[in-house]
Design a protein around this ligand. Structure first.
Ligand SMILES: Cc1cc2nc3c(=O)[nH]c(=O)nc-3n(C[C@H](O)[C@H](O)[C@H](O)COP(=O)(O)OP(=O)(O)OC[C@H]3O[C@@H](n4cnc5c(N)ncnc54)[C@H](O)[C@@H]3O)c2cc1C
Length: 515
């Protein structure tokens, strides 16, 4: 194990998105000395802007991505088991549109989806009559026939944070708001320069670097190698809109469009519906925003199916993320592989020059497959770390994931019994966000007042203090949009109150000057 004062590591991991976080956890658990470096907040980039699904990827079957679908289906089971507070089953209804895909094709696809990977926690697919019943809720009456299959939803940003917490528990050093600005190969070691809060900028040494910089992967790779690599990353923006709930049932819809794409309509945060996504190739990938034609596209598709038409005035929030895909030469951005690809550079010049310390760069990937991606990345580096332990994450719960056998619902009931005077929505929110760790926030509280200032939407001072102390939260946005989604329904004045409280909590804890 390495302390912040001991700047020698086995692995320096660049980027605390889902891939960097997952590798940090896995590697630390195998006994490697790990440093995880993130230039912004944890999950500050693509990993917080996903469609928030842990899914096999039904549509990838049409692209013959069987490896990816099989691995994703298997990982769906693993994550339902290991993070039951963050990952929950979600039923999807596919309304039948015979002119887009014939019924036999959908049945075949769903048969494969049901059988390509292990499926213990979730039911198999089936056909339904949409007329009048719950499965057609909110749809135009012309949709009579549909298909139901199961996938899962996830709190994407929290999945990342809880992997980083697990990595720290296992001995990893974590530096947020710290950027890798240079790295120089020195034989079988790297000397990496980090730039962070003023008093902690530092040089560290490491045996290997993992470049999990997401959309910045090529930039970081070229900076480290000091010459441009042949492989490129394709930046493909995906945007979502959030509107008030379009139906009262628990299921989501998967809607087919005439351009062959699909869009999800997903119940979100009790009161809302999340609609997305788009596929737009972009050059500028920092701070992505939804464009007017993406809004039009999503509204038009939703309105093809929904009985009550949506307009731009219904939109309460939008967000966009950029997929860092491996450039496989596909012309259609929807067809570029979503599978992950690794590239290892060792400094050998291709003409028999000596190989030095490795940097492994990650292209593509899904939230769903992050755990297997971590295992594969570490097995690629095994020859550099012969004493590294074996894979271990398959059945280990993430922090907060060790719920009682009755699962999340049982845990929420249990919290209700233990804290009878606290509002049920507050307990439910804490259980979803923190799982078994909710009691580290609630402690001995008897009344709401015992949790300190109440900011509404289930957010209290006690939780913010915990997020600053245990989860690296440093700003109002870290709390309102990543550690929680309380910002969504909160009036601006309350959001400002939260930001001011976070600033005071950070100053009081001295966290601002700590990485
Ligand atoms: C619109 C959209 C919808 C999606 N939906 C789903 C879905 O429903 N399910 C699913 O499984 N997957 C989904 N994905 C895919 C998934 O979100 C991504 O594959 C995944 O989040 C990528 O994670 P990452 O860790 O590679 O990158 P990121 O999350 O972008 O993390 C990279 C990190 O590296 C940091 N960084 C960069 N350079 C440096 C540096 N020099 N020093 C320090 N830090 C640095 C960045 O700040 C960033 O935080 C979706 C993606 C998009 C865009």
């Amino acid at each position: 194990m390495s302390s912040p004062r001991d700047p020698t590591y086995d692995l320096v991991i660049i980027g605390a998105g889902i891939n960097g976080a997952g590798i940090a956890r896995d590697a630390a658990g195998r006994g490697l000395r790990v440093l995880l470096v993130e230039q912004g907040d944890i999950a500050a980039a693509t990993s917080q802007w996903s469609t928030k699904l842990i899914h096999g990827g039904l549509r990838y079957l049409e692209q013959y991505e069987f490896r990816l679908v099989r691995e994703s289906l298997a990982e769906r089971e693993v994550l339902l088991r290991c993070a039951p507070h963050l990952v929950q089953p979600l039923a999807f209804v596919l309304p039948h549109e015979p002119h887009l895909r014939p019924a036999w094709m959908i049945r075949l696809g769903l048969f494969l989806y049901d059988h390509l990977g292990p499926r213990e926690a979730l039911p198999g697919s089936f056909g339904v009559d949409l007329g009048g019943g719950k499965w057609g809720a909110g749809l135009k009456p012309r949709f009579r026939k549909g298909f139901v299959y199961a996938d899962a939803r996830v709190d994407d940003a929290r999945l990342v944070v809880q992997n980083v917490m697990a990595a720290r528990e296992l001995g990893a050093d974590v530096r947020v708001r710290t950027q890798l600005t240079a790295a120089k190969r020195d034989g079988d070691h790297w000397r990496a320069t980090l730039s962070g809060p003023p008093d902690v900028s530092a040089d560290v040494t490491a045996k290997a670097i993992i470049n999990a910089a997401g959309p910045w992967v090529k930039q970081v790779r070229d900076m480290i190698n000091r010459s441009p690599a042949r492989e490129n990353v394709r930046h493909v923006k995906g945007s979502h809109i959030v509107v008030p709930r379009v139906h009262a049932e628990a299921h989501a819809y998967i809607l087919q469009n005439a351009d062959n794409r699909i869009v999800f309509v997903i119940p979100y945060q009790d009161r809302y519906t999340l609609i997305g996504t788009t596929d737009v190739p972009v050059d500028a990938f920092e701070e992505p925003r939804i464009a007017p034609d993406e809004i039009e596209y999503l509204l038009a598709l939703a309105n093809t199916y929904l009985a009550r038409p949506l307009t731009a005035a219904d939109i309460v929030w939008t967000f966009s993320g950029v997929r860092p895909l491996y450039d496989d030469g596909a012309a259609d951005p929807s067809a570029i592989t979503r599978d992950y690809v690794f590239r290892i550079d060792t400094g050998a010049n291709g003409e028999g020059g000596p190989a030095g310390a490795p940097v492994l760069s990650i292209f593509g990937g899904k939230l769903t497959t992050y755990r297997r991606l971590a295992e594969h990345a570490l097995s690629e580096l095994r020859s550099y770390f012969p004493r590294m332990g074996p894979p271990w994450t398959l059945n280990r719960p993430l922090p907060g994931g060790d719920l009682p056998p009755s699962g999340l619902a049982g845990w929420i009931d249990e919290l209700g019994r233990r804290y009878p005077a606290l509002p049920a929505p507050l307990l439910r929110g804490l259980a979803h966000r923190h799982g078994a760790l909710a009691t580290a926030i609630l402690r001995e509280a008897k009344t709401l007042a015992d949790l300190g200032e109440d900011f509404g939407e289930g957010l209290t001072a006690a939780e913010i203090d915990y997020l600053v102390r245990e989860e690296w939260a440093r700003t109002g946005d870290d709390v309102l949009w990543r550690r929680t989604k309380c910002g969504l329904a909160m009036p601006e004045a309350d959001r400002e109150r939260v930001a001011a409280f976070v600033a005071r909590a950070v100053a009081a804890s001295g966290a601002a000057s700590r990485p």
